[in-house]
Write a protein that binds this ligand. Sequence first.
Ligand SMILES: [Zn+2]
Length: 230
Amino acid sequence: MSSLDHDQHLHPSCRDKTTVTSDSSDAHELAKQPLQGLKLASHAVLEEAQQKGRLKCSKCGGSRMFFCYTCCSLVGVTPQDIPLIKLPVKIDIIKHPNETDGKSTAIHAKILAPSDVNIYTYPCIPDYENEKRVVFIDSTWNQTNKISTDERLQDLLQVELKMRKTCFWRHQKGKPDTYLATIEAIYYFLKDFHEHCLAQEYNGEYDNILFFYSYLRSVVSKAKTSAQKC
Ligand SMILES: [Zn+2]
């Protein structure tokens, strides 16, 4: 667990004031925009899609923007428009059945790394006896224990990322800011895996897993700023 927990201070995102050496107005700007510094594909395509507004998903007819979280397909953007990421490990995400699909960030991983990510809804989970993958639990924190204590997961090494701080705009009230959104947990895990398990220097290889997350976060942050000005 501990090897996955250190080096938070090296991370370019989620900067705090101690890592920022520029003048105070810049520092203030960076503190407001914690996902700056990631190596991301251009968000222009998402800006264009956002201007068009919500569109109907061609599969289920639901009103969606960018992607359909029910069908796991793109809406208003094409596969060529978004980055496709190859991961160093296969990832399974086990979703609590009460978790609202539209609020979960797990779907971002499936859309951006479709060949390496699978999502299951608890209690339907794969057999991990002969194959160890990395398994993430996608649920509110109050529901996590039920899944993590499931006997079928007890043989897996369990890791909780405790040192990273969330940038999630849907941060759960009353929970510490080290409780991460699922996509943040996946991102930090991949970065740690690259540096500590593959022993390679991290050069933003998996930053695009935050492609949607960082865009949505910037939209929410802009909306908050303009609301404050009113
Ligand atoms: Zn759909």
